[in-house]
Design a protein around this ligand. Structure first.
Ligand SMILES: Nc1nc2c(ncn2[C@@H]2O[C@H](COP(=O)(O)OP(=O)(O)OP(=O)(O)O)[C@@H](O)[C@H]2O)c(=O)[nH]1
Ligand SMILES: [Mg+2]
Length: 329
């Protein structure tokens, strides 16, 4: 039987930077059990004064572009500079293929072994709030545990980016040279979210192609409107094999922080992130309460076949169920 840790134990452990307790607290946050949720909520509230002090960086790009490899070398560089680095993966698909989790552990060997690093693969739960909602809480827990940089890896093809964008300070999009078309099937919305574009695998035989791609992308990037934060997105070459671009990215991140903090936009962004989170939380809690409501549950189970067969309209059943929920019966 699992021994349950108390709120005080979690709090003390996390504030002391205990990675085992941090991992357990993230599991608690991801749990669907009401008792766990209650404890998780209380824990986050207790830890709130100790959060907010990290630089949160989203790293996205199509599968195989080298996100994990890049995080390994860039994270390693940050560790060398004396920082504590946490890596959270948001990848709805990896809950299906466990292999990708194993892959991440081997691709991030250095980070997996270093005591000042923490790696957390994707949550496998598919709660209403989605994996991204849990990631936001995981970020706060990592911050309370003293991590300076939090890298959030997400596959640049799905829905998760918009959610991730609303919880990170800086969004890095990895691209591949020679993948043909401009911006490679990455949704336009994602391109517009990026604070920097890094043409990855710019090494060996691929170097020339990467340099050409940079010239080709330069115009497209210049044409992008500055983000609402007043930041002009940057474009650079990079390689996880040779280390090209790591130093440049680091200085981009430094000037980004300086610019955002200098203009007061840093706090504005964080404030907006908190409000987005509030909305998401309300949606999730309402959704969960709705689906757990005995009358609603029973009605939905009973009437769903009629909607499925087309005898009852979905809006009719939805309205009935909501009316039942609001009537508190
Ligand atoms: N030549 C070269 N190969 C690289 C580089 N970075 C990664 N790779 C290779 O690209 C492949 C994919 O790397 P990953 O880091 O797993 O890519 P990913 O984007 O995390 O992939 P998913 O998590 O599956 O979306 C691996 O075989 C790496 O060895 C690089 O800078 N140069
Ligand atoms: Mg990966």
């Amino acid at each position: 039987m699992r021994t349950r840790r108390t709120l005080a134990e979690f709090k003390a452990g996390i504030l002391a930077g205990d990675r085992v307790l941090l991992a357990q607290a993230i599991t608690l946050v991801e749990s669907g059990l009401p008792a766990d949720q209650e404890l998780a909520t209380a824990l986050i509230q207790e830890l709130l004064p100790h959060t907010g002090n990290s630089f949160r960086i989203g790293v996205t790009g199509v599968p195989g572009v080298g996100k994990s490899s890049f995080i390994e070398v860039f994270g390693g560089r940050l560790l060398d500079a004396g920082k504590k680095v946490a890596v959270l993966a948001v990848d709805p698909s990896s809950s299906l293929s466990k292999g990708s989790i194993l892959g991440d552990k081997t691709r991030m060997e250095r980070l997996a072994l270093d005591k000042r690093a923490f790696i957390r693969p994707s949550p496998s739960s598919s709660t209403l709030g989605g994996v991204a909602g849990k990631t936001r809480e995981a970020i706060l827990l990592c911050e309370a545990a003293g991590f300076d940089l939090i890298l959030v890896e997400t596959v640049g093809v799905g829905q998760s980016e918009t959610a991730v964008k609303s919880m990170v300070d800086f969004f890095l999009l990895l691209l591949l040279a020679g993948a043909g078309d401009e911006l490679q099937g990455i949704k336009k919305g994602i391109v517009e979210m990026a604070d920097a574009f890094l043409i990855h695998k710019a090494d060996g035989d691929n170097m020339d192609l990467a340099a050409q791609a940079k010239v080709a992308y330069q115009n497209a990037v210049h044409l992008l409107p500055p983000t609402e934060k007043g930041w002009a997105p940057k474009l650079l070459l990079g390689s996880s094999v040779t280390g090209l671009g790591l130093e440049e990215l680091e200085s981009i991140l430094v000037s980004y922080q300086e610019q955002m903090k200098g203009s007061g936009n840093w706090e504005t962004i964080r404030g907006l992130q908190r409000l987005t989170w509030l909305e998401d939380q309300i949606h999730e809690l309402l959704g969960r309460a709705f689906l757990n409501h005995p009358g609603v549950k029973e009605t939905l189970e009973r009437e769903k076949p009629a909607v499925q067969s087309g005898q009852l309209s979905s809006s009719m059943l939805a309205q009935q169920a909501v009316a039942l929920f609001l009537s508190k019966k």
